[in-house]
Design a protein around this ligand. Structure first.
Ligand SMILES: Cc1cc2nc3c(=O)[nH]c(=O)nc-3n(C[C@H](O)[C@H](O)[C@H](O)COP(=O)(O)OP(=O)(O)OC[C@H]3O[C@@H](n4cnc5c(N)ncnc54)[C@H](O)[C@@H]3O)c2cc1C
Length: 350
């Protein structure tokens, strides 16, 4: 722990600058402070803030959370284990996840983690946007980068939805949307759809327009009747799934490195796992054991080999999920409980 290191030892450590205070940046900052590395984190926005995210964390192990020192921050999360699937208005069935996930809003989680980082002696500069220029000691965790892509992500928190602690997944004609209970009685509603520029000109919330356009009329009607949380509606467009084109000379982690298809609920886990993989090499750099180039090479090697398989499988599964020719066979397989759910689950995680 940083507190147990002598001041002299800490002063000898080189410092790390983190650009982007989402999950990857905050978790990395906390973990580095726990081993005495001086950390300054720059976040473009202010906490707390809503982010487009399904808020369903699946795959990260208890060991990784403990290694990062953020297990207590995630302790209040709900632990959903059941997924209920619809295709359009047709109910396909219930599936049990091999292990419980975690559901907590980014509004709450990022705020708690930012306070934890400060409490550990990290410096956080809010409203501070960093330029992606390579620099020794700079880690890039600034999330999705603008890129031409066919997707739009939409989210809102709503109340008065009848929902137990399971995940609802609704497949539309050109996208999907998930509902999960987070804290304080709010339900997070978040989906990924193919962009239809004309829908932006409608008079109702964009989320509802996309639901109707995707044949999810019943869900749109349900959501029309409930209370929406102020300022929680968010949208993000113009990004690409999969490995991101590298920013030369920068150590990139989390979505800045690779974006997994959101239906897996594994993106936040990957951000945390990447932070955990980076702690060792960054600590060795900060202690003067290896140079910056070697630390970058080690991190790149381990993140690539840890994530390549799941990124590729998730991309294939998402294409099948949204392919019109596969919809009927998918519905039949799901109804008959013949989808290799556990196998897909484990291969899109580790
Ligand atoms: C529609 C959709 C649904 C999703 N659902 C899920 C889900 O259910 N489960 C799951 O695990 N994952 C989900 N994800 C993915 C998940 O949100 C990301 O994988 C995760 O947020 C990545 O964390 P990160 O820290 O890398 O980036 P982010 O959480 O995006 O954080 C990046 C931070 O950097 C800041 N920033 C940006 N630019 C700069 C700059 N220049 N300087 C300083 N700061 C900057 C941003 O303000 C932000 O706070 C979903 C994604 C989408 C699009």
């Amino acid at each position: 722990m940083a507190g147990s290191l002598s001041r002299g030892m800490e002063q000898e450590m080189k410092s790390i600058t983190i650009a982007g205070g989402g999950l990857a940046g905050l978790a990395l900052g906390i973990a580095l402070r726990r081993v005495g590395v001086p950390v300054t984190l720059h976040e473009a926005l202010r906490y707390p803030r809503h982010r487009v995210c399904g808020e369903f964390i699946s795959g990260v192990s208890d060991e990784t959370l403990a290694l990062l020192g953020i297990d207590a921050a995630l302790a209040p999360a709900h632990r959903p284990q059941e997924v209920r699937w619809w295709s359009g208005s047709e109910f396909l069935g219930r599936f049990s996840l091999p292990e419980p996930a975690r559901a907590i809003s980014r509004f709450a989680l990022d705020e708690v983690l930012s306070r934890q980082l400060r409490a550990h002696g990290g410096v956080i500069c809010q409203n501070s946007r960093v330029t992606p220029v390579p620099a020794v000691g700079l880690v890039w965790t600034a999330g999705r980068r603008p890129a031409k892509g066919p997707w739009i992500g939409l989210k809102a928190h709503v109340r008065a939805e009848k929902l137990d602690h399971s995940l609802e997944m609704h497949l539309g004609s050109q996208g999907y949307i998930g509902l999960v209970a987070v804290e304080d009685g709010w339900v997070n509603v978040c989906g990924l759809f193919r962009v239809i520029p004309e829908l932006a000109r409608g008079s109702e919330p964009l989320l509802l327009s996309y639901l109707r356009h995707n044949g999810l009329e019943d869900l749109a009607t349900r959501l029309q009747r409930v209370t929406w949380r102020q300022h929680s509606e968010s949208a993000v467009a113009g990004f690409r799934l999969g490995l991101q084109s590298p920013l030369p000379g920068l150590m990139s982690l989390g979505d800045a490195h690779s974006i997994i298809a959101p239906f897996t609920g594994n993106g936040m886990s990957m951000a945390l796992e990447a932070a955990a993989l980076a702690v060792g090499p960054l600590h060795r750099y900060a202690s003067g054991e290896i140079d910056w180039e070697s630390a970058c090479a080690l991190v790149q090697q381990t993140t690539r080999s840890s994530f390549a398989k799941r990124l590729s499988l998730a991309g294939t599964c998402q294409s099948l999920l949204l392919a019109p020719w596969f919809r009927r066979p998918l519905e039949i397989l799901a109804r008959e409980q013949l989808l290799p759910f556990s196998l897909l689950f484990s291969h899109t995680r580790r």
